[in-house]
Design a binder for this molecule. Structure first.
Ligand code: SAM
Length: 207
């Protein structure tokens, strides 16, 4: 397990990173990639969407262009305070401070469950993916953007020491164990030298 796959450590890390997050983020995960991933979903104006690990609200902002029924959840008060500066604490987005592994929502609540760049910090990703399945309505979509496992052995060692990186095979295992039956993976990359993002689009099965 990587050093940042520890909830308290990840919170401390984001206490500092939140100050510069929006300036650094575009080198790895930019608006074009975000909007492309959003275009893979069919979000209607009445759809209720959950953004897990919403952070400073970068993806939330893109999702808001499609529906105003957005819920943002993050475990970092510092990241959330940056999001409040953008949208207001009680504005169009319903914010929750909480844990991806214990979502404070009833079963079958959301039409779309989205999470970008957060799964790599979850100590128990399968538990959190089960939560995504639980709060998603049957037939709804769960979209998870994560970091693709590097193919160079030096980078693999570094990646493993920091946080969760996974390839398609590992994603297959996690999503299957979490109870998903239908899913596919897509790869995105900001530039040829930047890290690749692995996005899984899964359908919530019938109960
Ligand atoms: C790289 S940022 C991604 C922010 C945003 N989703 C985006 O697309 O830019 C990762 C976020 O996941 C949050 N996070 C990490 N572990 C979490 C957990 N167990 N539950 C909820 N949020 C978590 C962090 O606090 C951080 O704000």
């Amino acid at each position: 397990m990587g050093v940042l796959e520890d909830k308290a450590r990840a919170r401390t890390f984001y206490k500092y990173l939140s100050q510069v997050y929006d300036r650094i983020n575009p080198f790895i995960w930019n608006e074009e990639m975000r909007d492309e991933a959003i275009s893979w979903l069919d979000i209607g104006p009445e759809d209720r969407v959950l953004d897990i690990g919403c952070g400073t609200g970068f993806a939330t902002e893109g999702l808001l262009q499609h529906t105003e029924r957005i819920y943002g959840l993050d475990q970092s008060p510092h990241q959330l305070s940056k999001a409040y500066q953008k949208f207001g604490k009680r504005g169009p987005v319903r914010f929750h401070k909480g844990d991806a592994e214990r979502l404070p929502f009833a079963d079958d609540t959301f039409d779309i469950v989205w999470s970008s760049g957060s799964i790599e910090y979850w100590p128990n990703p399968v538990t959190a993916l089960r939560e995504c399945r639980r709060v998603g309505k049957p037939g709804s979509t769960v979209l998870i953007v994560g970091p693709d496992y590097p193919n160079n052995t030096v980078f693999q060692k570094m990646a493993d020491a920091i946080m969760l990186f996974y390839d398609e095979e590992e994603a297959d295992r996690m999503f299957t164990e979490a109870g998903f039956e239908e899913f596919e993976h897509r790869i995105q990359q900001a530039s040829a030298n930047s890290p690749r993002a692995i996005t899984t689009i899964a359908t919530v099965p019938d109960r």
